[in-house]
Design a protein around this ligand. Structure first.
Ligand code: G3I
Length: 354
């Protein structure tokens, strides 16, 4: 088998890609953006501010492969409002402008969460009324600034305990009680009535008690006419554990009248990582994109990072790696081919392209 280097043009940049001798079609290469557009689904990527500002290959991978972007960190509270009343929109502005310039849509992430809160907020003693005011101010500032430019917002992020069906005891719950969820959704809807509002959660993709609790919560909110439009299946998977019944699990929620998006897809592989696992991971990415295509109300799939060296996985799950479709040299992996493959198959029942 011939082995060498091939020069690929990714956007405007030249990328050297190790070449094993097979033809392009053997890897089902294709234009991901075009294919996603043609199938009427979003293919998104979580984006970080620094590489987007400095690294032209990163920019090309983002704008050349994906139709949508999520702010990986820069729209979180600690970065947007580091001190009370002092807002920093430099990061969010850069992302939203990049998305506009490249004809990409944006998902906002995130409004109420227990993590990445500024000290003044996390360590404050909050009475219900004052915390409502704080949330109102933050929502008006952040969602208001980008009103009409965001397709969706993760208004509620990870409301349940990691493994359990109980609501997480975050500061929102402590000060406002369970109704913080409806309240945050109403507040977001008043500020940006055009955005799709989501509850975004993990460990719900394969069913179980936590998924049931989320289902109950979503049903209750809809019965009360609370403006909830979608559920995010985060989908941080371990290689070999992508649920077989993903379609059924998504449809359980879409049957309620909600959208279900895959919002944070990655598939981490235990080290040492061999070529066999990398190939199998390609099939897992194919499976997830295929599942979204099969579900009438799945608007899209977002991958949680542009390339291996920007992934949260090695820091948070030591001993696992290679979770994304591009490696640390921005070389596309079989995971990318798997997504191309899913998008290239002719299926019935999918809504026409927008
Ligand atoms: O901001 C500091 C910077 O000042 C410092 O120099 C640097 C040194 O390590 O750390 C920076 O903070 C990092 C932060 O991301 C911003 O880059 C933290 O160390 C790092 O732990 C933090 O991780 C983020 C994590 O959320 C925090 O909870 C990941 O990048 C981000 O991918 C991850 O995203 C979450 C979603 O929001 C919700 N779902 C789960 C997902 C994965 O945890």
């Amino acid at each position: 088998m011939a082995v060498g280097v091939v020069v690929l043009v990714v956007g405007a940049a030249l990328v050297l890609v190790p070449w094993s001798g097979e033809r392009e079609s053997d890897h089902a290469e294709g234009d991901l953006r075009q294919l996603a557009d043609a199938r009427g689904m979003d293919l998104g990527v979580a984006v970080a501010v620094d590489p987007l500002a400095r690294d032209s290959t990163y920019q090309d991978v983002v704008s050349g492969n994906y139709t949508s972007m999520t702010a990986e960190n820069t729209m979180k509270w600690s970065l947007v409002q580091p001190e009370r009343g002092e807002f920093d929109f430099s990061g969010p502005d850069a992302l939203v402008d990049f998305a506009d310039e490249h004809g990409m849509s944006m998902r906002g992430h995130t409004l109420t969460w227990h993590n990445q809160l500024p000290e003044w907020l996390a360590e404050g003693e909050w009475e219900e009324e004052e915390l409502r005011e704080v949330l109102q101010e933050h929502t008006e500032a952040l969602l208001g600034r980008y009103q009409g430019r965001m397709q969706a917002w993760d208004v509620i992020n990870e409301p349940f305990q990691d493994d359990g069906p109980e609501l997480r005891e975050n500061l929102w719950l402590e000060a406002m009680g369970e109704d913080y969820i409806a309240h945050a959704l109403w507040t977001a809807n008043a500020v940006d009535p055009d955005a799709e509002l989501y509850i975004n959660e993990f460990n719900v993709e394969g069913g179980g008690a936590k998924s049931d609790a989320l289902y109950e919560l979503a049903s209750d909110l809809l019965e009360r006419d609370v403006p909830l439009h979608g559920i995010g299946f985060q989908s941080h998977f371990l290689h070999g554990q992508v649920p077989d019944d993903l379609v059924e699990q998504m449809e359980r929620f879409t049957d309620l009248g909600l959208d279900v998006a895959v919002t944070e897809l990655d598939v981490r592989i235990p080290e040492p990582v061999g070529q066999e696992q990398i190939e199998e991971q390609g099939q897992e990415y194919r499976q997830v994109v295929q599942a979204c295509l099969e579900v009438e109300r799945c608007p899209g799939v977002t991958v949680w990072g542009a390339a291996e060296h920007h992934s949260w996985v090695p820091e948070w799950f030591p001993g696992t790696a290679q979770a994304l479709p591009f490696d640390e040299n921005y070389v596309p992996k079989p995971a990318r081919s798997g997504m191309v493959d899913a998008l290239s198959r002719r299926r019935q029942g999918r809504r026409p392209s927008r």
